[in-house]
Design a protein around this ligand. Structure first.
Ligand SMILES: Nc1nc2c(ncn2[C@@H]2O[C@H](COP(=O)(O)OP(=O)(O)OP(=O)(O)O)[C@@H](O)[C@H]2O)c(=O)[nH]1
Ligand SMILES: [Mg+2]
Length: 187
């Protein structure tokens, strides 16, 4: 079933460790988000203090009145089972990536494949972070990689610390869902 944009729906923020899922939900949520973070003992993967081991949970009301439940996954592959738990029943997914991270295109493939199994076709938006930093891969490389694998998905450059940027990701996804709902209506 396509939940469309009526009433209330759920979206999932996912992507590798340190891409900014917890930060993005905290920046956007109108309620204090639920976090499940512990001390990060995998400083090789990312040098930050905490990492999500369960989920993040927040909420935003769109200008049209739709309530969006925001869920964030852990990034570490050892918590992959949570991706499937949180992906279930999601209207769409936002995949956050760090454009400066080695192997980021492989991460793109990994998360697109994991969430394409849960959300309606095309209901995925890619948010690229740190695109202005040295060593960042150009956003064209992401679009080309997606196209080569048969996906046409929006790729937006964002700063997950900025509420407006995160809102743009959610609104883009809401537009896709609305278009899909309209397409699905009998003429
Ligand atoms: N300097 C800088 N920091 C950024 C930028 N984007 C994100 N960050 C930081 O990167 C970190 C991202 O951490 P989290 O939000 O915990 O990442 P996460 O995706 O939830 O990671 P896991 O839960 O471990 O999978 C935060 O400290 C952000 O402030 C950026 O453009 N510049
Ligand atoms: Mg997190």
């Amino acid at each position: 079933m396509n939940p469309g944009v009526q009433g209330e729906f759920k979206i999932v923020f996912t992507g590798p460790m340190g891409a900014g899922k917890t930060t993005a939900i905290a920046a956007l949520s109108e309620v204090e988000p639920v976090r499940t973070e512990v001390e990060n003992t995998d400083r090789m993967s990312h040098d930050k203090e905490f990492t999500t081991v369960g989920l993040d949970m927040g909420r935003i009301t769109l200008p049209g009145g739709q309530v969006v439940r925001l869920y964030g996954t852990p990034g570490q592959a050892r918590f992959r089972f949570m991706w499937d738990i949180l992906g279930r029943g999601a209207a769409g997914a936002i995949i956050l990536l760090d454009a400066t991270q080695a192997g980021v295109l492989v991460q793109l493939d990994l998360f697109v494949d994991a969430f394409a199994a849960h959300v309606p076709r095309g209901a995925i938006v890619i948010g690229l972070g740190r695109t202005h930093q040295p060593g960042a891969l150009a956003s064209d490389a992401f679009a080309e990689r997606l196209e080569a694998r048969g996906f046409t998905l929006p790729v937006l450059s964002v700063d997950v610390r900025k509420r407006r940027d995160v809102m743009l990701l959610v609104e883009t996804l809401a537009c896709i869902l609305e278009a899909q709902t309209t397409e699905g209506l009998p003429s």
